[in-house]
Write a protein that binds this ligand. Sequence first.
Ligand SMILES: *Cc1c(COP(=O)(O)O)cnc(C)c1O
Length: 472
Amino acid sequence: MSPDEFRRHAHAMVDWMADYLADVGTRRVVPDVRPGDVRRRLPGAAPEAGEPFERLFADFRDVIVPGMTHWNHPGWFAYFPANASPPSILAEMLVSTLGAQCMSWQTSPAATELEQVAMQWLRDLLGLDAGFTGVIQDTSSTATLVALLTARERATAHAAGAVGLRDAGAPALTVYASTEAHSSVPKGVKLAGYGLEQLRLIGVDDAYAMRPDLLERALADDAAAGRRPACVVATLGTTSSTAVDPLRPIGDLCRRYGAWLHVDASYAGAAGLLPECRWMFDGMELADSFVMNPHKWLLVNFDCSAYFVRDVDATLRTFQTSPEYLRTAYDPEVANFRDWGVQLGRRFRALKLWFVLRSYGAEGLRTMLRAHIALAAEFRRRVEAEPDFEVVAPSPLGLVCFRHRPAGMDHPAALDEHNRALLAEVNRDGSVHLTHTSLGGHYVLRLAVGQWQTGREDVERAWSLIRRASAY
Ligand SMILES: *Cc1c(COP(=O)(O)O)cnc(C)c1O
């Protein structure tokens, strides 16, 4: 493709992109497709001769897009949001044009330095102290794995006389998280080599937050049995219900037992921009690492995960290798981010974070976050006002967990089945999409307000669809 052809196709594509963003709300959020429908429409082999771009683009438009779930839809209330704001889309276009590979300072000096600057801006906006240094990871799952690996490294180094996990007589290393922690925690525990049997799932209180008294008991039991508590993962804003684990008492216990404290604030971390939400961060000076996802609720398109860590030396000890072919003259004086995580090659993710922070400004981001929180609160009040609906968990941020509880229907299995059918009926409409979870053993519906184009009319549409479906 010549530069001139590229220009022509790119202009046409940008027109399509702008139209898409303007009218995505008129599409079904989730396509009406069955497994195999899209695949059947695609040839079984790559073409021998190159095809004209117009043909590829037509297939993208006519075959692929109708088979996509539209996360950028204003009726998106499922899971947590994954926002793709216009400035972050534009940054991605530039990033793929540069095609930079940001493994070390020298392979992309400006990318490394922009990552340092943008992550410091973000750290300060979130009110995290200057003891934290930031690095961008692809996802929160990776960041949590990085924290678990670093905690293991530190605990192994501290274990008297032990030089490796497999040493006979080295104490078993244990990890703690609440029963409501995200699945990336058990996954990270498996991948980091602790062994799933060394993960202690700590019980929660009525608000689904970790109980420090139960954590203390588990830590004491393990220490008494000669095991070494290596890491505690506290969640600020659990995936099921945005429960907030109490950081300060958890952090005090981590100090007492010498365990690494990793804070998973993947979704809720964005709310750190709001002074009125900073109460969640009380005790953060006791945390060793912290992760939040700008790709969830901070307008940066997927993927971009902000990982902040205090002990950079332990991080480097865990991940650094220095093969001859990667060495550069600048290594002693620069950050080579390949040594701060699992992968070698890294995308230039800092550009979209920088574009978003500058484009909206801190105040623009705060305005969006507050609008989402207010819409969720409004929805919650409507649910609470209906005698046959119930809100089933606190909703400090943009998520409301609720269920329909018609008079006379008390059997738990019947209620679960009823709410499952209600959710299917609401989603069948196609103009909104909600998902479910399980809380206290019950099937419950989740409405997560957080898509950048969502307004009051979208939440009202969701509520009227829910009301209508509940009347069946
Ligand atoms: C979404 C989420 C994750 C996983 O995020 P990825 O970036 O997709 O890996 C982890 N923890 C919590 C609390 C989450 O909400």
